[in-house]
Ligand binder design. Structure first.
Ligand code: NAD
Length: 329
């Protein structure tokens, strides 16, 4: 019997490339599509199509059969330096919305049911995230909507788009709101990297007795989810009967200053921290995991330190110009 088939859109990206490997290990035949090949590794996909999902012709060409599972991860995205400066807003909204409109419609035309869509915690209202010690990110706190970035607004629109196809066309799309996913083989330099990778890079590059710069006063809080647990939540959700939206994130909240201290401790280096002005996003954010526990009977549980240790090791190797020794699953 032919194996099950999966399609990973954005399969050249950080989460997508890891997901392709996981699906291969599960026995799927996998097609991945992206503008680019994975940056830091070879793809494990059976078929990797380099193409632009803003083009309807490309989307039609790659969604040419009734895939058992489709994962829509392609988006124009980056860390705070990319999405919070305002300089990329038109691109972010136009590119990601066009991809999502094309993809959901092509899946519908092919009669594909199970489609995963990766929304983001950035769609939660800014007014609920002003207190760094007490952010509110329960799924039903999303409205009245007031994301603090156009990236968040586009996510909000697109999660509604996928759920509208469920309502009107019998699709069985599943929507997750990811909270800061990190791990080896993620962007660590160039402007699109996120806080854990940026801090690992800064510490790895700092000389003994040196100093690193941290954006903002460092009191802003976040939680960070290791890639393996992100994939576990993603596949569990797609194969469940719950459509979401649901948070996929860690509920181990930490301030950015303490995260920097953690990275320094893991490095074993003598490095100090200097806070400088920079884009920081909301003051506080943490994953509220009550709903995922209720609906999936599962929630992430790995300690932040464990994931940061393997990520620091990988980024340090990159900084030294070595190939990664150990790769996350
Ligand atoms: P990523 O940037 O590494 O991956 C996204 C991929 O989409 C990139 O490889 C990019 O080349 C591709 N892409 C962009 N435009 C494209 C186009 N026009 N055609 C084809 N491919 C295109 O990001 P990621 O961290 O792997 O995130 C995956 C998804 O999860 C994204 O939708 C992102 O918004 C969402 N998300 C991620 C996080 C996180 O912390 N990583 C948090 C919340 C939500």
């Amino acid at each position: 019997m032919a194996s099950k088939m999966a399609l990973v859109l954005g399969g050249g990206g950080f989460i997508g490339a890891h997901l392709v490997s996981r699906l291969k290990r599960e026995g799927f035949w996998v097609r991945a599509v992206d503008l680019k090949y994975p940056e830091y590794r070879d793809t494990d996909a059976d078929d990797f199509v380099q193409g632009d999902l803003r083009e309807q012709s490309v989307v039609k060409e790659v969604i040419d059969r009734r895939f058992d599972e489709v994962y829509q991860l392609a988006a124009d995205m980056g860390g705070a330096g990319y999405i919070f400066t305002g300089e990329n807003d038109a691109d972010i909204m136009h590119n990601s919305a066009t991809i999502n409109l094309n993809v959901v419609h092509a899946c519908h035309m092919r009669g594909i049911k199970r489609v995963f869509y990766s929304s983001s915690a950035c769609m939660y209202p800014a007014y609920n995230q002003e207190d760094p010690d007490n952010p509110k990110c329960a799924e039903d706190s999303a409205y009245p909507a007031a994301p603090d970035s156009e990236y968040g607004w586009e996510k909000l629109f697109s999660e509604r788009l996928f759920l509208a196809y469920n309502r009107n066309h019998g699709m069985e799309a599943r929507v997750a709101r990811y909270h800061n996913i990190f791990g080896p083989q993620g962007t660590w330099t160039g402007g699109k990297e996120k806080a854990p990778a940026a801090l690992c890079r800064k510490v790895a590059m700092a000389p003994q007795g040196g100093e690193i710069e941290v954006w903002g006063d460092g009191l802003q809080t976040r939680s960070f989810l290791y890639i393996d647990e992100c994939l576990e939540g993603t596949t569990r959700l797609l194969r469940s009967e719950f459509q979401g939206p649901v948070n996929i994130g860690s509920d181990e909240m930490i301030s950015i200053h303490d995260l920097a201290e953690l990275v320094i401790a893991i490095s074993g280096k003598d490095v100090s921290i200097r806070h400088v002005p920079g884009p920081t996003g909301v003051r506080g954010r943490n994953s509220d995991n009550r709903l995922i526990k209720e609906k999936l009977g599962w929630a992430p549980s790995q300690k932040l330190r464990t994931g940061i240790e393997s990520t620091y090791g990988w980024i340090e190797a990159q900084v030294r110009g070595n190939q990664p020794q150990t790769l996350a699953a």
